[in-house]
Design a protein around this ligand. Structure first.
Ligand SMILES: Cc1cc2nc3c(=O)[nH]c(=O)nc-3n(C[C@H](O)[C@H](O)[C@H](O)COP(=O)(O)O)c2cc1C
Length: 179
C-alpha cells in the first residue's frame, strides 16, 4: 500500500510559464511568471503572483494593467532570458528580440511573437507575503491571424521542478471516465 509521509512545505511550479508585459509603449517591462492561474470564468479573471522587488511590479501598480503573453515551446530561450535578467538594468525587449504591439484597451505593450495575448485590467491586489497577487480581468484577447480558432494552449512551456517541459501524450477528453 502507498505510504504518505510529511515533506517540507512549498509551492512548486506546476504548470505553464508565461511572459507578463506591463507599462506603456515608452517605458515597459516583460518578465517570466510561473505563478499564474485562471480563477474565474465570468468575468474572466487571471491571477499572477509577483514579488514586489520585480521591476515589472511597479508598472502593474502604476498602470493597473498587464498582458499575459503565452509563448510556444519555440520561444523557450526568450522565456528563460526574461526570467533571469531584470528590466531594471537591461532592455529585455531588445535583448530577447521581442516585438511590442500595443493593446487596444489598456495601451499595454504585448509580445507579438506569442500566439496568444490576454490584456488584463487589475481588479484587486492581495498582499500574500513574498508575492503580491494581482487579479486581472481579461478585457481583450488576441491571436495570430489565421489561428483565431486555435488559441487553446497546444504547445505551452511547462515549468515543473525547476525545468522547462513540452507537453507529452494526450490522455483523453474531459469525461473520459464515463466511456
Ligand atoms: C521559469 C521562471 C518562472 C518565474 N516565475 C516567477 C513568478 O511567478 N513570480 C515572480 O515574481 N518571479 C518569477 N520569476 C522570476 C522573475 O522572472 C525574474 O526575477 C526576472 O528577472 C524579474 O525581472 P524584472 O525585474 O524585470 O521584473 C520566474 C523566473 C523564471 C525563470
Amino acid at each position: 500500500m502507498t505510504k504518505i509521509v510529511t515533506i517540507p512545505g512549498s509551492a512548486p511550479g506546476m504548470g505553464a510559464a508565461v511572459l507578463i508585459s506591463a507599462g506603456t509603449m515608452e517605458a515597459s517591462d516583460v518578465t517570466t511568471i510561473a505563478w499564474i492561474g485562471t480563477l474565474c470564468s465570468e468575468p474572466p479573471i487571471i491571477g499572477i503572483g509577483v514579488r514586489p522587488s520585480r521591476w515589472l511590479h511597479h508598472f502593474v501598480v502604476e498602470t493597473g494593467a498587464f498582458v499575459v503573453n503565452v509563448p510556444d515551446t519555440e520561444h523557450v530561450r526568450e522565456l528563460d532570458l526574461c526570467g533571469t535578467v531584470s528590466g531594471r538594468t537591461q532592455d529585455k525587449w531588445a535583448l530577447a528580440r521581442l516585438t511590442r504591439e500595443q493593446g487596444t484597451i489598456t495601451g499595454t505593450p504585448m509580445v507579438a511573437e506569442c500566439p496568444l495575448n490576454l490584456e488584463c485590467q487589475v481588479r484587486e491586489t492581495v498582499h500574500l507575503g513574498s508575492h503580491d497577487l494581482f487579479l486581472g480581468e481579461v478585457v481583450a484577447s488576441y491571436a495570430h491571424e489565421g489561428k483565431e480558432h486555435d488559441v487553446s494552449l497546444r504547445d505551452p512551456v511547462c515549468y515543473i521542478g525547476g525545468k522547462y517541459w513540452k507537453l507529452g501524450d494526450l490522455l483523453g477528453p474531459m469525461g473520459l471516465s464515463r466511456t
